[in-house]
Design a protein around this ligand. Structure first.
Ligand SMILES: Cc1ncc(COP(=O)(O)O)c(C=O)c1O
Length: 302
């Protein structure tokens, strides 16, 4: 399906099928890769990237937290992203940036070379549907979120995603769509690749940073919702509070607001609830260029 796409690797453009690393590469055999994903939306003047500056900041922050040396500037990567969106004719889709050590490593744990960079610009497909939110069921996973004293959870490190994979598997085996993980202290953290919000008595809440990824969507919802008169707080949430929430929604780059219809054995109704609908409408307006206050969040890629 993606065979016709081209991929940017360290400044060279290769065919999709040639975007490979060796099994003995450090990143495959040691798990030392990182990534970022951002959304491409069709704009009046061509494709635009949602909060490209924030995603590049996060990509560079991931590299810093993992001690990986970056051989490119943000501006160079910005240009490369625009180049690949154009080369692959993407109007609506995602860009995935990967940082990895393609070098083979038999016993070496620490790599001193610059990190290799790959840029994938991928169109929306049946499998990768953007902005189409079906209400979901969620459970509280038996797996806890990685503790920030063991790995930097703020870094979008591929190895951290084994944690999410296990929680997703747990959810699937129990008949739920997605899972929410608790911190090792027992507070609500996040999903495998999603941040979480809950609503109680009209107040919107989300867990604070520290144990979770700095999600660009979460940050955007926190910044934008006060403009539509909603009170929003970053504070610790206990599982009991979450289980008795009036409304719950997940969010991530692909789908800005995903309403939850059931948590464990409890059905939520109506779905989406009134506050979730308002926030979904706001994010939709922003991404469809109907909200002038936040138009600067969509960066043209010409
Ligand atoms: C662990 C985790 N939390 C939250 C998110 C949502 O982040 P964003 O809004 O930047 O997509 C992601 C996205 O991939 C994630 O992997």
């Amino acid at each position: 399906m993606f065979q016709d796409l081209r991929v940017w690797i360290n400044g060279e453009i290769v065919q999709w099928a040639d975007a490979k690393v060796h099994i003995m590469s450090h990143s495959f055999s040691r798990g030392s890769a990182m990534f970022d994903v951002l959304g491409i939306h069709p704009g009046p003047d061509g494709p635009a990237a949602f909060r490209l500056d924030r995603h590049l900041d996060r990509f560079f922050r991931s590299a810093e937290l993992l001690g990986m040396k970056m051989g490119y500037t943000k501006e160079e990567l910005r240009k490369a992203i625009a180049q690949m969106v154009k080369a692959n004719g993407i109007d609506r889709g995602i860009v995935k940036l990967m940082g990895y050590y393609g070098e083979e490593a038999i016993i070496s744990l620490v790599m001193e070379s610059n990190v290799d960079i790959a840029i994938f610009a991928i169109p929306e497909t049946e499998e990768l549907v953007l902005d189409k939110a079906e209400p979901i069921s969620i459970c509280i996973s038996k797996w806890r979120k990685l503790h920030p004293a063991t790995v930097p959870v703020e870094a979008k490190a591929c190895a951290n995603y084994l944690n999410g994979m296990l929680s997703r598997r747990d959810a699937a085996e129990r008949g739920f769509d997605l899972a929410i993980m608790l911190t090792t202290d027992g507070y609500v953290a996040e999903g495998a690749i999603e941040s979480i919000f809950m609503v109680k008595d009209g107040i919107v809440k989300t867990p604070p940073l520290g144990n979770i990824l700095q999600s660009v969507t979460r940050m955007s919802i926190l910044e934008a919702t006060p403009r539509i008169g909603l009170e929003v707080r970053e504070e610790q949430i206990t599982p009991q509070e979450l289980l008795s929430a009036d409304e719950i929604f997940f969010c991530h780059t692909g789908i800005k607001v995903i309403p939850v219809k059931r948590i464990e054995g409890r059905e939520l109704s109506p779905v989406p609830g009134p506050v979730t609908s308002k926030i979904a409408g706001l994010m939709d307006d922003i991404c469809q260029f109907r909200n002038d206050k936040f138009r600067h969040w969509l960066e043209p890629l010409e």
